[in-house]
Write a protein that binds this ligand. Sequence first.
Ligand code: SF4
Ligand code: SF4
Length: 94
Amino acid sequence: MAVLITDICINCGACIDECPVEAIVDDEDNPTGEETYYVYPDKCVECVGYHDTPACAEACPTEGCIVWDKCYEGMPCREDIPADARESHQPVIE
Ligand code: SF4
Ligand code: SF4
């Protein structure tokens, strides 16, 4: 499971300290080279066990910036997120 930060991220930093598993890095540490914040999909647990909704998306001021990515093999998966929501990159928080 993981959320994905899209290219409309404004690098405000509001999300990074909200992550309970330190899955988020800033633009300088983004391994893709994009000038946005980045969520490591192998670390993100979609806040399951910590919060009812992804804390990063709750904190993010940029509407539609943080979207569902997909389930990852060997990781727990939030059951109430339908596959089509993941595939379509719908915003996590409207
Ligand atoms: S959804 Fe939760 S665990 Fe995943 S990056 Fe956001 S704050 Fe971290
Ligand atoms: S809170 Fe949203 S806009 Fe701000 S750095 Fe994080 S993903 Fe980017």
